[in-house]
Structures are given as structure tokens and as C-alpha cells.
Design a protein around this ligand. Sequence first.
Ligand code: ADP
Ligand code: GN1
Ligand code: MG
Length: 373
Amino acid sequence: MSTPANTPSLDEMRAIAAPFAIHGKLLSAERYGSGHINDTYALCFDQAGAPVRYIFQRVNHNIFKNVPELMENISRVTAHVVAKTAGGDSRAALTLVLTRDGAPFYKTACGNFWRVYLFIEKARTYDAVEKPTQAREAARAFGLFQQALADLPGARLHETIPNFHNTVSRFAALRKAAEADVAGRKKEVQAELDFAFAREADAGRLLALVAAGKIPERVTHNDTKLNNVMLDDATGAGICVIDLDTVMPGLSLYDFGDLVRFAGNTAAEDEIDQEKIQVSLPVVDAIVEGYIAGAGDILTPAEWDNLIFAGKLMTYEVGLRFLTDYLQGDVYFKTKRPGHNLDRARNQLRLVARIEAADKELQAIVARHRGQK
Ligand code: ADP
Ligand code: GN1
Ligand code: MG
């Protein structure tokens, strides 16, 4: 699970593509993207002389235990988002390509789950912010996404990973992993554990506000990394939110906070030079501006009050998760080198410290935008 699976051959990909309602000859298949969970491929077909690309994904069913429910969520969410955009803009949401039997996924004989999306052309994702406007556009797209889903009809969405953003559970998992120390790595990470354990009180703060009725549950994305939103090549506008596996009931603060965690970091998530890891004030400014522009007037006073805290909490939570995975022997996130999860954990915990140190400046950014509402 932790290392990328081997790339299937062209013949294997042809067999995987066969059940889907796609015509034409398969020309090529390449690994695509830099996600930590699923296996993504771009397949190109010759359709009447024109090359047409599709995104194929093998869903990680060790992590997403109920793929049919997950795909039901995605079908509902994508249909609703498209229906709400002017003129039913098909680039505004992922478009599932169904199997010839009309199913949203295909299960292979060996138990893998595959799904296919139309390839969104003339747009791309970014693994790092090059300029603040990209962060603003990403935040605006995630804000709009949340607003579009505020009136999603029907039953509550399935929780594809229970307690996904329950930081109290994530904290408990780290404690347990440290006690079990199955990979014998605890001795290497005492400083990180001390840092993480010292912040236990933070873990339950948003959950307490939910329990007090001050923060509502909404339909949220829950994984608002910059590379989970497509920006238009020509205009730079955030046009489509992707990676919908974790769309489920959640808090708007999780989405906002994860934007700060990923886009607000001046370094990549796995940068090892601690000096490079800073919180970028211009990028956070752009995230607040974009998110508010997209989500509209939905935020409650308690949500406004906790925007910066949410940035810290999401960074802390992902830091706990990387550290837990390192202690457990790298069983969850894909890794590309020994110690990768430890590098990521150290990076995230350093960013927590940076956010704490910059709290005054960060709160001032929020206050300025709040004052303009
Ligand atoms: P993961 O869960 O592994 O992060 P994603 O769904 O985010 O997988 O897909 C990985 C990458 O593939 C994205 O960052 C994006 O660059 C690309 N991608 C995904 N879906 C599409 C699509 N429909 N059109 C074009 N590119 C896509
Ligand atoms: C994973 O799938 P991807 O790479 O967008 C993870 C997120 C983490 C992120 C850290 C289902 O996201 O929760 O924040 O890595 N997704 C899942 O980079 O666990
Ligand atoms: Mg992704």
C-alpha cells in the first residue's frame, strides 16, 4: 500500500478499459498525478483520427472500504454541481464514464475497483503555489463547491472514511502507535511526539464548537490540496474541484484549514529543509479572499473566529497522521523514499509552529476581510 503499485502494461490497461463505454483504439497509458492514495492513469484513445484522453483510477479499497457507496456519493455530487452551473457546464465537475452496463465503476476478477472520468483538457493542477492568485482561485473553487452542495437533495452522504477529520481520534491513534512501536522507530521521533502531545488540547476544539451548536455540519470536500483543483490554462480560473473520494459531511473549517496547510506552506509538504518551511502571509490572504468569494455568506461567527486555528489544526492533524504512519511502518500513504513519512511529519509540525508564531499577523488578515463583509 505504501509504495506505488506497478504500472499495468498496455494490454492490461486495454482489458481494464474494455468494460467502459469508450470507443476507439487505445494508443497509450501513463501514470498520472502525484496523489498519495489512489493509482491514476491517463489513457489516450484514437477516436475517428483524433486522440482523446481519459482518466482511469484504481480506487484504493484498503483505505476506502466501501467503494460502491463512495461512487454513489460521487455520482450524486457531480450531477448536482453540474446542474447548478450556468448552462450545465460539463467542465465544472468531473464527468464519470460509465461501464457498458451503466455502472459507475468496474470491479476486476482480482477485486480491484476502477473508475473513469472524462479528461479535463486545457486546465491543470499544481503541486505548489507559484503565485498567490492560484491559491485564491483554488480557494474560490472549493468555496463555490461547498456552496453548490449546500442544497444537495437526498439522504446524508456516506462517510467514506469514518472520523476522517476527527483530530481527537487521530491523536489517540498516534498515542497507540507510539505505545505499540511495531516498527521500532519510536526512539527516532521523541521530539516530534513531545511536540504533538503538548498540543492535545487543540485536537477537540472544533468538535466542542460543533457539539455546542456553534459550527454546523455541511457537505465538504475534506481534502482541499492545491492539486485537487483544476485551474484553466488560459485564464488561471479555478474551474473544477476533483478528487471527490472524501466528499462527505464535514466542517467548512476543514476545507479552509487544509488550504492553508498545503497552499500556505512556502515549501512542499515533504521539504526537509526546515528553514524553507514558512507560512506565506500573501498566500493566506489570497486563500481567505478566494474562499469567502466562493462560499458566500455562509460562515457563522464561530467559523470566522476559527479560520486561522483551522489552518493550524489541519496541519497538526496531517502531521499526526504522517507520524503515525511512520511509526506503523509506512502502511497508509504512498512513500517514495525511506523516511518519507517522517520528513512529511516534521515538515507539518514545523508549519504548526510557524502558524503559532505568526498568529497575530494571520488573525489581522482575517479581521481585514471580515471587516469588508
Ligand atoms: P489522488 O486521490 O491519488 O490524489 P486525484 O483524483 O487527485 O487522485 O488525481 C490525481 C491527479 O490526476 C490530479 O492531481 C490531476 O492532476 C489529475 N486528474 C484527475 N482527474 C482528472 C481529470 N478528470 N482530468 C484531468 N486531470 C485529472
Ligand atoms: C492524501 O489523496 P491525496 O494525496 O489528495 C490524504 C489526505 C491528506 C493528504 C496529505 C484519503 O490526499 O487526507 O491530507 O494525502 N487522503 C486520504 O498530503 O487519506
Ligand atoms: Mg488528489
